[in-house]
Write a protein that binds this ligand. Structure first.
Ligand SMILES: NC(=O)c1ccc[n+]([C@@H]2O[C@H](COP(=O)([O-])OP(=O)(O)OC[C@H]3O[C@@H](n4cnc5c(N)ncnc54)[C@H](OP(=O)(O)O)[C@@H]3O)[C@@H](O)[C@H]2O)c1
Length: 333
C-alpha cells in the first residue's frame, strides 16, 4: 500500500481526487487538508471517515505520505512544494506553479516571481499520454491545466505537420467548475445561467502553457479564446489549424493511432465525426475528432474532457499510477 495525502481536499478538484484515491486498491489516505483556517470534516458524503483538517506542514509530515497531492491555488503550491519535497515527500501538483519551464514567464502570467527555477527544470509535465518513462522517476509532477490538456492531446500528435506560419486558433469552452469553488460574481449562477461569453483573451495563464506544450516558440501565432459555458463541468476545445502540406484522413488517423496506441483514456473518432461533452463528463476520458478542409490543407479539430477529471484529478491519478508502477487504469476504469 502507498500512503498518500491531499492538500486542498475540500476544493472541487481535491474532492474528486479524494474520491478516486478512496477506491484505489493500493492506496491508504493518511491525510486530507483544507486551508489553515479551513473547515474540519468529511470531504465526501459517502465516506464520513475521510475527514479533512486545517493544513500545517507538521500535520502533513505526521501523516507520513509517500506522495502528497496538492490541489491548491498557484501561489500556495509555489510556496509549499519546495517545503514538502525537502521532507522527502514526492509531490503531484495540480496547480500551474511548476508547469512553465521559464521562470521569467511567472510574473506576467501568474503575478508572482518564481523563487525555484531549479524545480521548474526538474518538474515532469504530466500530460500522461505524452510521457514515457520519466514519471516513474519523478519527484515532482506538474499536472497540466484543464484547457491545455484538451488542446495538447489533440494537437501534439500533429505538431510535425502544423504550419507554424499560419495561426493556431484554439477556441475553448469550459464549465464553471473550472474556476474552483471560490468564484467571483462573473462565475455566479445568475451571471452564467442562460449566458455564454468569452473571457481573458490574450491574458489567460494557460496560454504560455499551450505555447510551451506545442513547442510554438515566440514567433508562431497562437490565438487562445477561453469561453464560459453555462454548465458545471466539461471542456470542449475547437482548434483551427493549417498543415505544411495537404494531408489525408488516413494520415491524420495514423498520427493519432501512433500517439495513442497505449492510451486507455483517449478515443479518436472516425474522420468527420466530432465529439460532444456528454460523452466524457464524469469520466476520465478524452475524445478527439477532426474534419479536414480545403483538400487537407486545413483542419478543424474538436476535443472534449471533463475539466475536473482528465483536466485535473483523474490525470493526477494516471500520473501517480505510473509514478508508483501501478496499472495506469487503477481506480479509474
Ligand atoms: N477546477 C478545475 O477545473 C481545475 C483543473 C485543473 C487544475 N486546477 C488547479 O487545481 C488547483 C485547485 O483548484 P480547484 O478548482 O479545486 O480550487 P478550489 O475549489 O478553490 O479549492 C482550493 C483548495 O485549496 C485549499 N487551500 C487554499 N489555500 C490553502 C492554503 N494556504 N493551504 C492549504 N490549502 C489551501 C482550499 O481549502 P479551503 O476549503 O479551506 O478553502 C481548497 O481545498 C488550482 O491550482 C487550480 O488552478 C483546477
Amino acid at each position: 500500500m502507498t500512503n498518500v495525502a491531499v492538500v486542498g481536499a475540500t476544493g472541487y478538484s481535491g474532492a474528486e481526487l479524494t474520491a478516486i484515491l478512496a477506491k484505489h486498491p493500493h492506496v491508504t489516505i493518511t491525510g486530507l487538508f483544507s486551508s489553515a483556517n479551513g473547515s474540519r470534516g468529511p470531504v465526501l458524503a459517502a465516506r464520513p471517515d475521510l475527514v479533512a483538517e486545517p493544513f500545517t506542514l507538521d500535520a502533513l509530515v505526521a501523516a507520513a505520505p509517500e506522495v502528497a497531492f496538492l490541489a491548491t491555488p498557484n501561489e500556495v503550491s509555489a510556496d509549499l512544494v519546495p517545503q514538502i519535497l525537502d521532507k522527502g515527500i514526492k509531490v503531484i501538483d495540480l496547480s500551474g506553479a511548476f508547469r512553465l519551464t521559464q521562470p521569467a514567464l511567472y510574473p506576467s502570467w501568474y503575478g508572482f516571481n518564481h523563487e525555484h527555477p531549479g524545480l521548474l527544470k526538474e518538474a515532469v509535465y504530466g500530460l500522461t499520454e505524452m510521457c514515457n518513462g520519466e514519471l516513474s522517476k519523478a519527484r515532482l509532477v506538474a499536472n497540466p491545466g484543464c484547457y491545455p490538456t484538451s488542446i495538447l492531446l489533440a494537437l501534439r500528435p500533429l505538431t510535425y505537420i502544423l504550419d507554424r506560419e499560419q495561426p493556431v486558433i484554439c477556441d475553448s469552452k469550459s464549465g464553471v467548475s473550472g474556476a474552483g469553488k471560490k468564484s467571483d460574481l462573473a462565475w455566479s449562477f445568475a451571471e452564467v445561467s442562460g449566458n455564454f461569453k468569452a473571457y481573458s483573451v490574450g491574458t489567460h495563464r494557460h496560454e504560455p502553457e499551450i505555447r510551451q506544450g506545442l513547442r510554438l516558440g515566440d514567433r508562431a501565432t497562437l490565438v487562445f479564446v477561453p469561453h464560459l459555458l453555462p454548465t458545471v463541468r466539461g471542456i470542449l476545445s475547437t482548434m483551427h489549424v493549417a498543415f505544411t502540406h495537404a494531408v489525408t484522413n488516413e494520415e491524420v488517423q495514423q498520427l493519432y493511432a501512433d500517439a495513442f496506441a497505449n492510451a486507455p483514456f483517449v478515443r479518436v473518432l472516425p474522420a468527420g465525426k466530432l465529439p460532444e461533452l456528454k460523452s466524457v463528463v464524469n469520466t476520465p476520458n478524452a475524445e478527439i475528432g477532426f474534419q479536414l478542409l480545403q483538400s487537407g490543407k486545413r483542419a478543424v479539430i474538436v476535443s472534449v474532457i471533463d475539466n475536473l477529471l482528465k483536466g485535473a484529478a483523474s490525470q493526477a491519478v494516471q500520473n501517480f499510477n505510473r509514478m508508483c508502477g501501478f496499472k495506469e487504469t487503477e481506480a479509474l476504469a
